[in-house]
Design a protein around this ligand. Sequence first.
Ligand SMILES: [Zn+2]
Length: 415
Amino acid sequence: MKLGKYSIGVGDRFTHQGKAQLRAIMKANETGLNISPVWNKSNREHIYVGTEPADTRKEADEAVNALHFNGSYFVDADHINLTTVSKYVEVSDFFTLDVASFIGKESSKEGVDAFVASCEKYMGELHIPGIEKPLHITKALLTEIAGKFLAATQHASEIYAYLKKEKGAGNFITEVSMDEVESPQTPVEMLFILKMLADKGVPAQTIAPKFTGRFNKGVDYVGDLAQFAKEFEEDVLVIEFAVKEFGLPEELKLSVHSGSDKFSIYPIMAEVIARYDKGLHLKTAGTTWLEEVIGLALAGGEGLELAKKIYENSYNRQEELCAPYADVINIDASKLPSVEEVNGWTSEKYANTLRHIPGHADYNSNFRQLIHVAYKVAAEMGEEYTGLLVKYADVIGSCVEENIYDRHLRRLFSI
Ligand SMILES: [Zn+2]
């Protein structure tokens, strides 16, 4: 099973927007692209929303059948580990092995020594085709990298072994993720992480490192664009080298866990993958949930009322809702409008404040980030929320489609 060159992860918290998301991808594919949709959902999302992995599979299959989509598509068990993987085995065919929490965990001295010894031929000046300056590989550097990442890659191989036993080799896509950590992995670290995965027989088709800069939920990238561009390009080149050198799957590509809406790095990634003729997997998640709220606001009447109620609850429960996401949001509470103010808003004012159009006079990234992490509030509303998703499916569906196509795919694939 192969993922293909271009793929986009579309998260859908409440599993109502599969068709709208697929319409956006099919519209992009009409221009000659071949982008595979991947419906991703993490264990945390399932728990908050009260959905089961089978619901995501059902949504994906239904969307594909309804729209007669004949390309490949996948259902991603996002950010799973050995403790959480089992309930995804049957319905998922894409597994994101999250080994971030194993980074820095101790490995045996023999293990570290053996890895360092196996890298003998790379010591000294290592030239990676395309990277201007050679990498300086020393024993000390290799020991440090092994100390940091051997346990994590070992955990990846254990999850992989479990999946291979349950599903059979070749029947699923393997991604390894290390993005949910504080400090980014450097291209040289990435190189040796890939060697460890290859040594342990993990046939990763995508790898998700932590990149430099902040990937706050639902809002644009914050960081040094030039530094990101350099790192992204070097990662692409390191992967190309690692595939040939270590015998990893030819289709191995970067997976960018974007936290949604990192518009300012889209053209950078687009340029690099076009220049080197490489693939990319881009994960988005909460951007679709935000379009549901925008759609409700635009629907007016009880839709707008519910959107306001969602804000009121979110505003009053900021601390609780933000806590699990503390590392990936940056909300200036003093810039949040009061509940009273929002209750006086029109449909347009609400939608324009939430919709991600950087530069729009009404756009408020603090408001957007708060709603982004507040899907739990809507989940608790149950039918009251999902009933309106059904009632206003048309207006919401167009918001979802327009968002994925116009703001994401067009930027990413230069359409
Ligand atoms: Zn991630």
